[in-house]
Design a protein around this ligand. Structure first.
Ligand SMILES: Cc1cc2nc3c(=O)[nH]c(=O)nc-3n(C[C@H](O)[C@H](O)[C@H](O)COP(=O)(O)O)c2cc1C
Length: 155
């Protein structure tokens, strides 16, 4: 049996995982839930630097695919760095999520302020300005059409 497991900090990865699971009749679990580790897993995780949150705790032998959810595509360090850092050898997909600042910890808000200050000093362009605005004020790039690319896994 295949299940969907997700890790989500501000909600967008959870929403993608739930929509995908419901479309395909899969059960959907948070990585903190008590799911059966012997099931085959499609993992949805939010991107925290080059690390996909929670993925290290998943049995790699049970992984069918990994879906990362982030604010930028590609992130500044590139997708190969993410694949290497997380040891991903299965199909890998990326989706754009949202940032809900009310759910951020104080140190995460500070981190974003520092990052935004650096971005502003370097100069904002069409690519970085929406990212800057989302980090400063919150914002969403969520689009469930992004899930269509993953559908081929289930056909
Ligand atoms: C501490 C922290 C670090 C992050 N690092 C990155 C990053 O390196 N690249 C990126 O594109 N997004 C980064 N993000 C943005 C999240 O990946 C993005 O907001 C994602 O949609 C969050 O998913 P969630 O709503 O399920 O928590 C970071 C967010 C936080 C809070």
């Amino acid at each position: 049996m295949t299940i969907v497991v997700y890790s989500s900090h501000t909600g967008s990865t959870r929403k993608y995982a739930e929509i995908f699971a419901s479309r395909n009749g899969f059960s959907c679990y948070s990585n903190k839930d008590d799911y059966d580790p012997d099931e085959m897993i499609i993992y949805f995780g939010w991107l925290n630097g080059p690390r996909i949150d929670g993925l290290s705790s998943v049995n790699k032998q049970r992984l069918i695919a990994v879906v990362s959810v982030s604010l930028s595509d590609p992130p500044s360090f590139g997708w190969n760095k993410v694949k290497d850092t997380n040891g991903i050898v299965v199909p890998f997909y990326h989706l754009l999520g949202w940032i809900d600042r009310s759910k951020l910890h104080i140190h995460e808000k500070l981190f974003f302020y520092v990052l935004c200050a650096i971005m502003k000093l370097r100069g904002l362009d069409n690519h970085t300005k929406p990212l800057f605005d989302a980090m400063m004020e919150g914002g969403s790039f969520f689009d469930e059409k992004g899930l269509d690319q993953i559908q081929s896994l289930c056909n």
